[in-house]
Design a protein around this ligand. Structure first.
Ligand code: SF4
Length: 120
């Protein structure tokens, strides 16, 4: 089976073709550098995404705090992670990079504050 992809690792946006056999990427073409091959392999077999959302914050200058996963999460765990974050509430002040949820869903990935927020 062949899968067409566009590499998102840089503005070149190379058009990739991955050949998949028995759940394994056996070849990648169209990439101008090794990052494209690695991207196609991950995207075809175990896609991942950075999660960005907000959580509630008490005593801050805004009612919600933007948060981000410190690195990619498995795509099939994103919805579950969002459900966890919907229940989270933090207290101001918060500094950018503060851990909001460590090791979310046992993935080894922490959710951190994407900005600082001072208390009112
Ligand atoms: S394959 Fe390399 S050059 Fe092409 S878009 Fe991906 S990172 Fe950029």
């Amino acid at each position: 089976m062949e899968k067409e992809l566009i590499c998102v690792n840089c503005p070149m946006g190379c058009r990739l073709t991955a050949v998949i056999e028995n759940d394994t990427v056996v070849s990648v073409s169209g990439n101008r550098c090794p990052k494209g091959k690695a991207y196609a392999e991950t995207e075809c077999i175990r896609p991942e995404r950075i999660l960005t959302t907000t959580v509630r914050i008490m005593g801050g200058i805004h009612r919600v705090l933007p948060v981000i996963s410190e690195r990619e999460l498995p795509l099939d765990r994103i919805f579950e992670a969002m459900e966890v974050l919907r229940t989270v509430q933090v207290q101001a002040p918060v500094a950018v990079g503060d851990v909001v949820v460590p090791d979310i869903l046992g993935t080894g990935v922490s959710i951190v504050a994407a900005r600082s927020m001072e208390a009112v």
